[in-house]
Write a protein that binds this ligand. Sequence first.
Ligand SMILES: NC(=O)c1ccc[n+]([C@@H]2O[C@H](COP(=O)([O-])OP(=O)(O)OC[C@H]3O[C@@H](n4cnc5c(N)ncnc54)[C@H](OP(=O)(O)O)[C@@H]3O)[C@@H](O)[C@H]2O)c1
Length: 216
Amino acid sequence: MQVTINAAMTIDGKIATRKGDSAISSKDDLARVHRLRSAADAVVVGISTVIADNPKLTVRLVKGKNPARVIVDSNARIPLNSQILLSASKVRTIIAVTKGAPKEKILKIKDMGAVVVVAGAKGSVDVNKMFLALEEMGIRKVLVEGGGELNWSILQTGIIDDLIVTIAPIIAGGRSATTLVEGEGFAKISDSIKFKLIRVLRKRSGEVVLHYKPVR
Ligand SMILES: NC(=O)c1ccc[n+]([C@@H]2O[C@H](COP(=O)([O-])OP(=O)(O)OC[C@H]3O[C@@H](n4cnc5c(N)ncnc54)[C@H](OP(=O)(O)O)[C@@H]3O)[C@@H](O)[C@H]2O)c1
């Protein structure tokens, strides 16, 4: 499995405002993300991102194929009127849930054309199990598009190969605004995950795109 995390953040590390507005990057940078999507077998996001943004997660700004969309959603909370489910019969859609997810909702999700993968018994989706299931479904190249909680879980697995972050020249502030990586976090800097910077792209928009690889 080849896993890339991509995100756009403000100078102060927020990936959305305190009200959940995440329209951070320029159209040019969005086109770069759509190119990454079209090169991936699947795009993965957390359920809070689907609820906040109601995204399509398709390739529209460049020419290319749509990847499968994978939603990490322990209790199958995905709204039946979300853009993801409304397009599930046309674009491959996988909802990763736990055994605790309500059976009736799972049936409704399947009826709309999505595939449901059970990864984990209770609590949160077991992302290691989810990646194994995705691999069995022929998915090898994955693009993780957040949000902060999912980024933390995936970074903790140590599975990622690339981290690409666009920094937009803006500050959003807000102590409750979501940052690039949420979760519990490390207590000591010496325990933190280390990266090496392999590429820097400076855009006319004033954005910089930073490409990191983990130090193994
Ligand atoms: N700027 C950007 O690039 C960008 C990209 C994406 C999102 N965003 C923004 O980020 C915000 C959402 O981020 P978020 O951090 O609140 O949520 P998130 O990471 O999108 O979703 C987190 C939720 O996913 C579910 N989940 C299930 N298994 C999980 C696991 N193992 N690890 C982590 N989560 C798991 C949990 O809900 P259940 O317990 O119900 O399953 C959890 O609360 C939105 O405002 C969105 O606009 C910005």
